[in-house]
Each structure stands twice: as structure tokens, then as C-alpha cells.
Design a protein around this ligand. Structure first.
Ligand code: CAA
Length: 381
């Protein structure tokens, strides 16, 4: 067992940290207020190839490790968690669907390469108004045509990156009677007639992440865009979500570490009762507990990422990492607001934004109750 990051992983961590501090930090309060996604910055960060980081070079990725990807999501999320989820969905849900699919390498390359350097943005269309935690409760239907192409009809919701995406993986039923065994997956390109952005959500947190409904009205998709054949779509979605949950865990850990650092600095400067408030043992002990929880969460996250890159089973490690990192994010941000007192409630100190951002990490990519379902299953098998 080795707890050291490799040189490549440290380099990626440093690169993402520098980008977060120099590029993402300025204007973050204004962006949180306006809800405007920093598209130019997303493209700028993409020029490093970071969005295809964990995928092999043969299929258009950068050939890096999944842990390096998680470290990059963590670093940007310390500063801007909305950016972190846009990056994570692009890489691990869109890119992961392509990578985990049974599509031939040339098709994988066709759909992965454009996201690697941020030329195109990817999105993941699984959730529907009737299919949230119950991902099998889909209504979107794909019907094969005589020439082998497909026509898709239905609607997706809570689609992160939806309004920005050039490429979206749509999960659809080819045989609604079969449920999970009748699902396939397709890449649908922006501008395909009938494929439109619906309601763009106004959210509590991750304000600049663009999240919308996506409507499919007789959308024609060529046969080669089918990345999971009928019967294989649900497994593809589940396997991909296992990888996505590592991304959300990294986002949660980043939020927790970001808020912790703000609280730490504040407590060393803020004087009350004639001394810095970190000299109050109650507060110092609270920070000791939070630091311990952050490190425990970090171990679970890094373990899950290493399991994935080493080809070991990672559903349960990913669920444990997601559950723990996101709960720690909620706890640390809530405590940080409290420790900063009245200032913590004010936007200028950032922790109230982080607290709002943390909440969704306990909900999306499988609620934390769903993570417990994933974790508890094998305990009794
Ligand atoms: N990997 C591969 N295959 C898997 C799998 C996995 N992790 N989990 C299940 N499967 C397979 C099973 O083996 C089974 O295959 P067979 O039929 O061949 O035996 C099949 O899938 C069905 O499995 P289940 O019976 O367990 O399926 P279920 O309907 O009971 O659902 C669930 C299981 C875990 C609850 C699943 O529905 C789930 O994960 N729900 C949460 C959905 C979710 O995470 N949504 C997030 C949307 S994306 C998002 O949030 C993005 C964003 O905004 C940022």
C-alpha cells in the first residue's frame, strides 16, 4: 500500500489548483449571482486535455489515471463546485458512457476526442420526470427504422450541461415491456432536428452549472450513434454512474476542503475575548473532528479511483466515497458558516455558497439513500 501520489497525479493536481485560483476565483460571487456559466474558462481549461484525462490515447483521451481526474475535479471544486460538476459530467458521465460502451474504437474516438480538449461539451440524459432514483422507470422510446437508423421520442430532465452540450448520450427504451432489459443508448448531436433544450433550472446551489430538460421529438439518429444495443443500455448507465459517483465524491471533497481552509484562516485572524477564536478549545476540537472526517473521506475517494483504474470492482467503493465525501461536504460547510458567525452568512465569505453547493452533492448521481442501497446489497448476498 502506497499513500503517495505519482508525479503525474501531483502535476495534474497542481495544474488544476493554479487554474482554480487564478481563473475561477475572480468573479465567482458575480457568477453565483447571475448564474452565468463561464464557458470561455471551460474551453480554456479544456485546452490542457483534462476532460479526456482518464481515457486511453487510442480512443482520443489523454491516457491519465482516474485518480488524476478525481484530483482535478477536487481542486476546481475547492473554488467553484459548479465548474466541478460541469467538468465531471463531461468527463465521467458523457465520456464514461462512450468509454464503457461496446462501440468500436473508431466510434469511441469520434465521440470522445472532441471533448478531450474542450472543443465540444458532453452531457448525459438518463433522468426523467418519472425516472429519478428509479432509473428503470423510463418513458423515452427509440424505434428502429427500416434502414437501421433510430427515431427517439421522449423527454429528459435535470440534464447537467444540457443547454451547453454538443453531444448528449440519451438512454432510451427499445422495448418498453422489458424495462431494464429493453434499454439502449445513443449519442445525439446538438442541432439534430427535434432535439431541443427545455426549461433551464433556477437552482439553490451550483448556480452556474447549466441544468435543463431536453426534449426529443422524432429525433433521427444514425445506426452508428447507438453505443449500447437494446438490452445493454441500463448496465451501461449503471457502470457509468459508478465512475460518475467518484467525480461527485471528488466534488464533495473539494467543497469540504475549500470551506475548511476558509474557516481555518478566519479562525486564526478573528479576535474575540482578547485572542484568536482558534484558541477556543471548543472550536479547535471541532476543526480537529472535521479534519479527521475530511481525511477519512479522502481515503475512500482515492481508494475508489484506484480500484477503478486497476480494473477491480468499484461500485461499492464509489458509493462509499460518494456517500462519505458528500456528507462531509455538507457537514463542513454548515459548520464553517457557523464558525464564521454573522460573516459566514454573508456572501463575501464564500462559505454560504459552498453550503448551498454541497446540498446537491448528496442528491445527484444517485441520492445518498441510493448509495446505501448499493452498499447494503452485497453485505447480505
Ligand atoms: N454496473 C453494471 N450493471 C449493473 C450495476 C452496475 N453498477 N447495477 C446494476 N446493474 C445491472 C444488474 O446486474 C441487473 O442486470 P441483469 O438484469 O442482467 O441481472 C440490471 O442492471 C438491473 O439491476 P437492478 O435490478 O439492481 O436495478 P434496479 O432497477 O433495482 O435499480 C438502482 C438499481 C441502483 C436503484 C439504480 O436504479 C440506480 O442507480 N438509481 C439511481 C439513479 C441515478 O444515479 N441517477 C443519477 C442520474 S445522473 C445525474 O444525477 C447527473 C447530474 O445531474 C450531475
Amino acid at each position: 500500500m502506497n499513500f503517495e501520489l505519482t508525479q503525474d497525479q501531483q502535476q495534474m493536481q497542481a495544474l488544476a489548483r493554479e487554474f482554480a485560483e487564478k481563473d475561477l476565483q475572480p468573479g465567482i460571487l458575480e457568477r453565483d449571482a447571475s448564474g452565468e456559466f463561464p464557458l470561455e474558462l471551460f474551453k480554456k481549461f479544456g485546452k490542457t486535455g483534462v476532460y479526456g484525462l482518464p481515457y486511453p490515447t487510442e480512443v482520443g483521451g489523454l491516457g491519465g489515471s482516474y485518480l488524476a481526474y478525481a484530483l482535478a475535479v477536487e481542486e476546481v471544486s475547492k473554488v467553484d463546485a459548479a465548474f466541478g460538476i460541469a467538468f465531471s459530467v463531461d468527463t465521467s458521465l458523457y465520456g464514461g458512457s462512450i468509454m464503457n460502451s461496446s462501440a468500436p474504437d473508431e466510434i469511441k474516438k469520434k465521440f470522445l476526442e472532441p471533448i478531450t480538449y474542450g472543443e465540444k461539451i458532453g452531457s448525459f440524459g438518463l433522468t426523467e420526470h418519472t425516472a429519478g432514483s428509479d432509473a428503470a422507470g423510463q418513458r423515452t422510446v427509440a424505434t428502429q427504422q427500416a434502414d437501421g437508423s433510430w427515431v427517439i421520442n421522449g423527454s429528459k430532465c435535470f440534464n447537467t450541461n444540457g443547454p451547453l452540450a454538443d453531444l448528449t448520450v440519451i438512454y432510451a427504451l427499445t422495448d418498453p415491456e422489458l424495462g431494464t432489459k429493453g434499454m439502449a443508448a445513443f449519442v445525439v448531436e446538438k442541432g439534430t432536428p427535434g432535439f431541443t433544450v427545455g426549461k433551464v433550472e433556477n437552482k439553490m446551489g451550483i448556480r452556474t452549472a447549466q441544468v435543463s430538460d431536453m426534449h426529443l421529438d422524432n429525433v433521427h439518429v444514425p445506426a452508428e450513434n447507438m453505443i449500447a444495443p437494446p438490452g445493454k443500455g441500463f448496465q451501461l448507465a449503471m457502470k457509468t454512474l459508478d465512475g460518475g459517483r467518484i467525480g461527485v465524491a471528488a466534488q464533495g471533497l473539494g467543497i469540504a476542503k475549500g470551506a475548511f481552509e476558509i474557516a481555518r484562516k478566519y479562525m486564526m485572524e478573528r479576535q474575540q475575548f482578547g485572542k484568536p477564536i482558534c484558541k477556543q478549545q471548543y472550536l479547535a476540537f471541532k476543526m480537529a473532528e472535521l479534519q479527521t472526517k475530511i481525511e477519512a473521506a479522502e481515503l475512500l475517494l482515492y481508494k475508489a479511483a484506484v480500484c477503478k483504474e486497476e480494473g477491480k470492482p468499484y461500485s461499492v467503493p464509489a458509493a462509499m466515497a460518494k456517500l462519505t465525501c458528500t456528507n462531509v461536504a455538507m457537514e463542513v460547510t454548515t459548520e464553517a458558516v457557523q464558525m464564521l458567525g454573522g460573516n459566514g452568512f454573508m456572501k463575501d465569505y464564500h462559505v454560504e455558497r459552498m453550503m448551498r453547493d454541497a446540498k446537491i452533492t448528496q442528491i445527484y448521481e444517485g441520492t445518498n439513500e441510493i448509495q446505501k442501497l448499493v452498499i447494503s446489497g452485497p453485505i447480505f448476498r
